[in-house]
Design a protein around this ligand. Structure first.
Ligand code: PEP
Ligand code: MG
Length: 956
C-alpha cells in the first residue's frame, strides 16, 4: 500500500532538463538509503527504453530489472517541480514518483496512482501544493474500493437456513479484513431479507472497514426457508455510497433471471455471473506473459488495440474478481494490477464480438510490444512439476543420509517414489463434441480404475477414501463445469482440469478444515482422468512392501496409506511436529522427513534402510549393512513384543524412580484402547476435536456425555483435559477469528477462549460434572502469565461453589500448559498458584526457536532437544518442585527415545505420548537409572545446539 509520509515528499525542486530531474530523483533515493548510487543508471536506461510519463503531470521513473540489484529497500520518493520540466516525450511533468522496487511492487504503486489520472485539475494542484501533506493527499487513494472477489465468496456452505449462510458470509468478510465483530453481531441479530428468485440479503453498515459484498451458496440444492427457495445469500457490508456499484451488480443479477443457476456455480462461475457475463456472452481467456505484468507500457498497447475494435471490450482478472472494466481505459486496465501468469477474461457484446476478442487476445499473447517468455514448461494450468528426474545429485550408495526423525522404527524395503506428473495438452479445441466424448470415456476409465482399487483394498480406510473418489468422479457439477468450458472452445483436458481446479479452490475456501482438505482429493481424482486423457500412466504402488518417497505428504495422504504395504515414509520437506508426522506416529509407520531434494532422484525399487529413530536413510546398502539392519529390525520387533508383554507394569526407571506414562488423545472413544496399551491415565485430551466434530459449540449435556466416556474407560486413572485450544491455525467454523498475519502469534488458545467466557464456563462445568467420583486435571492452553490463569480461576472457583460436591469431581486440579517461553521464565510466579504444569514441547520449541512448527523447510530444525528448550523445561521443573507441584510433558518430545532420559533427568514427573508409543516408552524407562538420566540431562544442558545435544547423548 502506498502510504506517503512527509519525509517521502520533496517540495520546490528545480531542474533545467529532464535528465537533471532524474539525477536529483536518483540522489533522493540514495539519500533515503533505498538504493545504491548505481541505480541512477538504471533510471536513465529505463527512460531510454520508453517514457515513464503516466499522465496528469506525473512521471514514475523506475530502474530496469537489471538495476534492481542496487535496490536496498523498496520505497518511493516524490519530487515536486513547481515550474515543471519538459519530459523527453514532450509532456509537461510536475511530479516525479520515483520508485525503488526489488520486485514488481511498482505495479501496486502504479495501480494506486491511476485514480489521480482521471481527476480534473490534479496537475495544477500538484504543481502549486505548498505542503507535503497536500501532495500526499492528492496522490493517495480517495475512496474505498468496494470488494467482491473470490475471497468474499463462500460456495457450497453446509448451512441449514439463510441465517447460517449470512453468518458464514459475514465471517468470510471478516477474514478478508472488510468488517469486524460489530458487523457479525449486527448480522446475527437480524433475519435475512427475501429478495425473490431464491436470493436473500443480509446487510449492515456497522463495523465496516471496506464496503464489500459477500456471496454464500448452500450445499443443499433443496434448501427452503419460510416457503421460499434459498439459492444464494448476499451479505452486504455497506459504507456510505461506496457500496453502490455492488448493489448495481446485485440488481443486474436479479434482473438477468440467472439466479437459479447460482446453486450449481463454483466460485469462478459465480464471479463470472456477477461480472455480468451470461452463458451467451462471448468471452476469451488470455494469459499475461509480460515479465512485469500489465504495467503502463503494455497496458497502453492493450488499450490501443481495444479502442480499435468496433465494439466495447471489457476485461477482468479471472482469478478472484467480479469487476469488469473497460479495456479502452488506461487507468482501469492498469488498475487491474495484472501480474505475469494471471489470466484475463475479455468479453464483448454484438456482431463479430468473437473476432474482436480474438484480435485483442492475440495482441496480448504476442506480448503487447514486449519480449515475453512462456511460463515454466508452458503448461502451468496443468498439474505442476515434471515427471523427469530433478537435476540433483542422487544419494550415494551405502552412505547414511540425514533428515528429520519424524516417526520411530526401522524399515527395510525398496522405495516407491511418487513424482508429480506433467500432462502436456493443447488448451483449445474446435471439435467440442469429440472432446466431450473423449472426456466421458476418460471419466469412465477413471471410475473403472477406482473400482478395481476399491476391490483390492478390501475395506478399511483406504477403500473408504477411494470410494469417495468414485463419488467425486460422478459429481454432475464437475461434469457441467467441464462440458461448459469445452463447449466454449477448451480442450477436454483443459476443460476438465479447470473444473477440478475451481471446485478444489472453492473447497479450500471453506472455513471447515476437514472439508477444505477434500481439495486434495479432488485434485487426485482430476489427475486420474487427466492421466487417461493424456495417456500418462499414474504410478500405482507396488503390491509388495515399500518405502514411500514423496515431496511432502499431507494428513489426508497419510490417512489413505495402505499400512499393510507401506513400511516407511520419506519426504523431501516437513518437520517432526507437522500433523502428518503426528499421524504417521499414530499409525506406527517409521518416517524420516525433510530429507531434501536428493531423495526424489532415487530409482524406484532401489533398496533402502530407513531409521525413523535417528532420522537417517541409506540407499542401496551393502550386504553387510543390510544384514546389520535386519538384525536390528528383528531386535526392534522383539523389543516391541517384550514391551507389549510388560505394558501393564508400573512405569519407572530401572532403579524404581516413578514417572507416570499417560496417553495423548483427541477422541474420548479411544480411551479404552489407551488403557489396553498400558496407559496410566490420559495426560492430554485435546478437546478441540470434540468441538470440531460439531456444527456449533456442543452443549453441556453433549460434552458431559463425551467426557464421561473417557472418564469411565479410565476407571479411576487421572484424566488431564485441556480446555478448548483453537484459533490461529486451528479455526472453528462457527467461531470465526479475524484474518491475522501471524496466526500462531494471534488470537488462539486461552486468549480466544476468554473472549467468550460462557463457552469456557460450559466446558469447565461439563468436565467437572462428567468426572464425578473420578480424578480430574483441567489444563489451560497457551497461558503466557499468571493473569490469564487468574481470569479462568475466577470462573473455576465460582463453579466449584455453585455445583454441589455430590454432582461433580472432588479430586480436581487446575493447571497450565507451558508452551510459551514467557510462562517458563515466569514459572515461579505461576507455580505458586497453579496445581500442575504440562510442557507442550511442540509449541514451546516453535516459540523459543522462532520456527513455525509446520514450516515446510524450517520445521526440520525445530528440535525439542535444543538446549534453549531444555533450559526452559529445567526452570519449569525447578519452580514446580519448589512449590510441591508436578510437571508433565505432553509434546512429541516425550516419546523420543533419546529425549526420554533427558526429560526424566530434568525431573519431569509424567510423560504423555500417543497411545501406540506407551509400551515402548515404559520399556525405555526401564533401561536406565535415575542417576544416568540426571547425567544425560546435565550433558544435554551443557551443549550449544540441538545437533550437539544429540551427538553428545549418542556418544554417551
Ligand atoms: C504442544 O504444543 O506441545 C502440545 C501438546 O499441544 P498441540 O500439539 O496440541 O499444540
Ligand atoms: Mg500446543
Amino acid at each position: 500500500m502506498l502510504t506517503l509520509g512527509p519525509d517521502d515528499i520533496l517540495l520546490g525542486r528545480h531542474a533545467d532538463s529532464w535528465q537533471t530531474a532524474l539525477d536529483s530523483a536518483a540522489e533522493a533515493l540514495v539519500d533515503a538509503g533505498l538504493v545504491e548510487a548505481e541505480y541512477r543508471d538504471g533510471l536513465h536506461d529505463r527512460e531510454a527504453q520508453s517514457s515513464t510519463f503516466l499522465g496528469n503531470a506525473i512521471a514514475i521513473p523506475h530502474g530496469t530489472p537489471e538495476s534492481r540489484r542496487h535496490v536496498k529497500q523498496t520505497g518511493v520518493r516524490v519530487l515536486q517541480f513547481p515550474q515543471g520540466i519538459e519530459w523527453h516525450d514532450g509532456q509537461q511533468v510536475h511530479v516525479l514518483v520515483t520508485i525503488a522496487a526489488q520486485n514488481d511492487e511498482h505495479l501496486d504503486i502504479l495501480r494506486q496512482l491511476t485514480h489521480v489520472l482521471d481527476r480534473e485539475g490534479v496537475a495544477e494542484q500538484l504543481a502549486s501544493a505548498s505542503s507535503a501533506a497536500d501532495v500526499a493527499r492528492l496522490l493517495s487513494k480517495p475512496t474505498l474500493e468496494p470488494r467482491l472477489d473470490a475471497d468474499t465468496l463462500c460456495v457450497n456452505f453446509p448451512a441449514r437456513d439463510p441465517q447460517e449462510l449470512a453468518l458464514a458470509s459475514a465471517a468470510r468478510l471478516r477474514q478478508s479484513g472488510c468488517v469486524d465483530n460489530a458487523f457479525i453481531a449486527a448480522v446475527a441479530a437480524a433475519q435475512p431479507t427475501w429478495l425473490g428468485k431464491g436470493l436473500w440479503l443480509a446487510s449492515s453498515s456497522q463495523g465496516v472497514n471496506q464496503p464489500a459484498l459477500g456471496v454464500a451458496t448452500p450445499a443443499s440444492h433443496t434448501l427452503e426457508s419460510a416457503g421460499h427457495p434459498v439459492h444464494a445469500l448476499f451479505c452486504l457490508a455497506a459504507h456510505g455510497d461506496a457500496h453502490r456499484p455492488l448493489l448495481e451488480q446485485l440488481m443486474a443479477l436479479l434482473d438477468s433471471g440467472a439466479s437459479d443457476t447460482l446453486l450449481t456455480c463454483n466460485s469462478a462461475q459465480l464471479l463470472s455471473l456477477l461480472a455480468g457475463e451470461t452463458a451467451s456472452t462471448p468471452t476469451r481467456r488470455v494469459r499475461v506473459l509480460n515479465p512485469h505484468g500489465l504495467h503502463a507500457r503494455p497496458a497502453k498497447q492493450l488499450v490501443q488495440v481495444a479502442r480499435a475494435q468496433a465494439m466495447a471490450i471489457n476485461v477482468r482478472l479471472e482469478e478472484g474478481s467480479a469487476t469488469l472494466v473497460s479495456a479502452a481505459s488506461l487507468t482501469k486496465v492498469i488498475g487491474l494490477g495484472a501480474r505475469r501468469g494471471q489470466w484475463l477474461v475479455l468479453s464483448a457484446e454484438g456482431d463479430n464480438a468473437r473476432q474482436a476478442l480474438e484480435s485483442v487476445a492475440e495482441t496480448i499473447e504476442a506480448g503487447l510490444g514486449e519480449k515475453i517468455t512462456p511460463l515454466d514448461g508452458g503448461f502451468d494450468t496443468a498439474p505442476e512439476a515434471s515427471t523427469t528426474q530433478p537435476a540433483v545429485e542422487p544419494l550415494a550408495a551405502d552412505t547414511p543420509h540425514t533428515g528429520v526423525a519424524a516417526s520411530p522404527g526401522l524399515a527395510i524395503a525398496p522405495v516407491f517414489v511418487i513424482r508429480p506428473m506433467q500432462f502436456d495438452y493443447p488448451e483449445h479445441a474446435d471439435d467440442a463434441e469429440q472432446q466431450l466424448i473423449r472426456l466421458n470415456h476418460a471419466i469412465k476409465e477413471g471410475a473403472a480404475q477406482l473400482e478395481a482399487l476399491v476391490r483390492n483394498a478390501q475395506g478399511g480406510e483406504v477403500a473408504d477414501i477411494l470410494s469417495m473418489h468414485e463419488e467425486m468422479l460422478v459429481d454432475p457439477e464437475l461434469h457441467h463445469a467441464a462440458s461448459d468450458a469445452i463447449r466454449e472452445g477448451r480442450s477436454a483436458e483443459a476443460g476438465w482440469w479447470e473444473a477440478i481446479e475451481t471446485a478444489a479452490h472453492a473447497q479450500e475456501m471453506l472455513a471447515d478444515r476437514l472439508l477444505a482438505e477434500r481439495a486434495a482429493d479432488l485434485r487426485d481424482v482430476g489427475r486420474r482422468v487427466l492421466g487417461v486423457l493424456c495417456d500418462v500412466t499414474l504410478p500405482e504402488p507396488p503390491d509388495h512392501p515399500y518405502i514411500l518417497v514423496m515431496d511432502d505428504i499431507g494428513p489426508s495422504d497419510v490417512a489413505r496409506l495402505d499400512t499393510s504395504r507401506v513400511r516407511g515414509l520419506l519426504t523431501v520437506r516437513g518437520g517432526a511436529t507437522a500433523h502428518s508426522a503426528i499421524l504417521a506416529r499414530a499409525l506406527g509407520i517409521p518416517a524420516v522427513v525433510g530429507a531434501g531434494q536428493a531423495v526424489m532422484a532415487l530409482n524406484n525399487a532401489s533398496m533402502m534402510i530407513l531409521d525413523g529413530d535417528r532420522g537417517r536413510v541409506t540407499s542401496q546398502p551393502s550386504e553387510e549393512r543390510l544384514q546389520r539392519a535386519e538384525q536390528q529390525l528383528l531386535d526392534h520387533q522383539q523389543r516391541e513384543a517384550a514391551a507389549w508383554e510388560t505394558r501393564f507394569e508400573v512405569a519407572q526407571t530401572r532403579d524404581g524412580h516413578r514417572v507416570e506414562v499417560a496417553a495423548n488423545l483427541g477422541n474420548t472413544a479411544h480411551a479404552v484402547d489407551a488403557v489396553e496399551r498400558g496407559a496410566e491415565g490420559v495426560g492430554l485430551l485435546r478437546t478441540e476435536f470434540l468441538f470440531m466434530a460439531h456444527a456449533s459449540a456442543p452443549d453441556l449435556t453433549t460434552q458431559i456425555g463425551e467426557y464421561r466416556q473417557a472418564v469411565e474407560a479410565l476407571g479411576g486413572r487421572p484424566l488431564v483435559a485441556r480446555t478448548l485450544d483453537v484459533g490461529g491455525d486451528k479455526p472453528l467454523p462457527y467461531w470465526p477469528v479475524p484474518q491475522e498475519d501471524n496466526p500462531f502469534l494471534g488470537l488462539r488458545g486461552i486468549r480466544l477462549a476468554l473472549t467468550q467466557p460462557d463457552v469456557l464456563e460450559t466446558q469447565l462445568r461439563a468436565l467437572l460434572m462428567a468426572s464425578k467420583d473420578y480424578p480430574l486435571r483441567i489444563m489451560l492452553p497457551m497461558i503466557k502469565d499468571i493473569a490469564e490463569f487468574r481470569a479462568v480461576k475466577v470462573i473455576y472457583d465460582r463453579l466449584l461453589q455453585e455445583i454441589p460436591t455430590s454432582q461433580r469431581a472432588t479430586d480436581v486440579q487446575l493447571g497450565v500448559m507451558i508452551e510459551i517461553p514467557s510462562s517458563a521464565l515466569l514459572a515461579p510466579s505461576l507455580a505458586a498458584e497453579v496445581d500442575f504444569f504440562s510442557v507442550g514441547t511442540n509449541d514451546l520449541t516453535q516459540y523459543t526457536l522462532a520456527i513455525d512448527r509446520g514450516h515446510p523447510e524450517l520445521s526440520a530444525q525445530a528440535d525439542g532437544l535444543h538446549p534453549a528448550v531444555l533450559r526452559l523445561i529445567q526452570m519449569t521443573v525447578a519452580a514446580a518442585h519448589t512449590q510441591g507441584k508436578w510437571v508433565g510433558v505432553c509434546g512429541e518430545l516425550a516419546s523420543d527415545a533419546v529425549a526420554i532420559p533427558v526429560l526424566v533427568g530434568l525431573g519431569v514427573d509424567e510423560l504423555s505420548v500417543s497411545a501406540r508409543q506407551i509400551p515402548l516408552v515404559k520399556a525405555r524407562l526401564r533401561e536406565f537409572d535415575f542417576a544416568d538420566a540426571q547425567a544425560s540431562a546435565q550433558l544435554a544442558l551443557n551443549q550449544a545446539t540441538s545437533d550437539e545435544v544429540r551427538d553428545a547423548l549418542e556418544a554417551r
